[in-house]
Design a protein around this ligand. Structure first.
Ligand code: F6P
Length: 323
């Protein structure tokens, strides 16, 4: 398959390192003589034909930038077949040989739908949530966890000074990976994640009481966005234990900022894998990191996988807490 002209878009929630991926797509693709078309605002921009040719030079000064220079969007229309057909027709009219989609699960579902309409697609995983079953690494996760960790360290200082309980809510609507990593890295006493939390505070409050009885008042509780209700939980804990409890919701700060070195390098490696796959005729694939290697999998297989709970991490969270 001759790949002369490719298009690239970023879609869904932005993630630090998306620009590093775009830069590598453009520069590596350009090195192989490809014409690269950037599509602004994800699938919404595709439907609106919001295109801009991208050259190697255009990508200067982007590797260190957070966010995405192509902008992003969550495009509900792409869930409907008539818009999927329309998007595929636009790409065919523009003579695009392959579309590179940088994003998370929803973005990959859009790419899968386009593949069913005869478009060659390849996905590069980028989401701070690390909630894709097919890959052990998603671009943006490392930066987001480090950002959250630094913020929690700061909250801890004031929490310790005031001998308070701090509930710190981190992102992750459906997945607790940021909460788990950040909680372990910050020495949290409790980590609540949507995959396991049963909304029964009794045991949690009992554990806090037991630790308080040994003189420990200050507690750091990391709560994933998917569990939510942090303010209400703080009020219940304060009522039950008599220890002042405060809530901090970190929110979108976790999605911004300069990407970590790991996110920049992984984004570049994953982009290289995407271009190599296209050159070798492997299309309708997703770039993944599995068994310590960047590789690519068939998109249908990748999206049919179920993410298992990281049991070892969950066990670790309990074992590290002071008795
Ligand atoms: O990008 C992932 C994520 O940050 C989730 O953790 C969060 O629930 C969601 O995006 C929020 O997205 P939006 O930008 O639509 O509010």
């Amino acid at each position: 398959m001759a790949v002369r002209k490719i298009a690239v878009l970023t879609s869904g929630g932005d993630a630090p390192g998306m620009n590093a991926a775009l830069r590598a797509i453009v520069r590596i693709g350009d090195g192989f003589g490809m014409e690269i078309i950037g599509i602004r605002r994800g699938y919404s921009g595709l439907l609106a034909r919001d295109f801009e040719p991208l050259t190697s030079q255009d990508m200067s000064d982007t590797v260190q930038k957070g966010g995405t220079i192509l902008f992003t969007a969550r495009c509900k229309e792409m869930m409907e077949e008539r818009y999927q057909i329309q998007a595929a027709e636009i790409l065919k009219e523009e003579n695009i040989d392959a579309l590179v989609v940088v994003g998370g699960d929803g973005s990959f579902r859009g790419a899968q739908a386009l593949a069913a309409q005869g478009i060659n697609v390849i996905g590069i995983p980028a989401t701070i949530d690390l909630d894709l079953a097919c890959t052990d690494y998603t671009i943006g996760f490392d930066t987001a966890v480090n950002t959250a960790m630094e913020a929690v360290d700061k909250v801890r200082d004031t929490s310790t000074s005031h001998e308070r309980i701090s509930i710190i809510e981190v992102m992750g609507r459906h997945a607790g990976y940021i909460a788990l990593w950040c909680g372990i890295a910050c020495g949290a006493e409790e980590i609540l994640i949507p995959e396991t939390y049963d909304y029964n505070d009794k045991l949690l409050i009992e554990r806090i009481r037991e630790r308080a009885a040994t003189g420990k008042k200050k507690h750091i509780i990391i709560n994933a966005e998917g569990v939510g209700q942090s303010e209400a939980l703080a009020a219940r804990i304060e009522n039950a234990t008599g220890i002042e409890s405060r809530t901090t919701i970190l929110g979108y700060m976790q999605r911004g900022g300069a990407p970590s070195s790991r996110d920049r390098v992984m984004a570049s490696l994953m982009a290289q894998q995407a271009i190599e796959a296209l050159l070798e005729g492997r299309v309708n694939r997703v770039v993944v990191y599995r068994e310590g290697m960047v590789q690519d999998l068939a998109i249908d297989e990748a999206l049919s996988m179920q993410k298992a709970l990281p049991e070892k991490l969950v066990a670790l969270t309990k074992r590290l807490v002071r008795r």
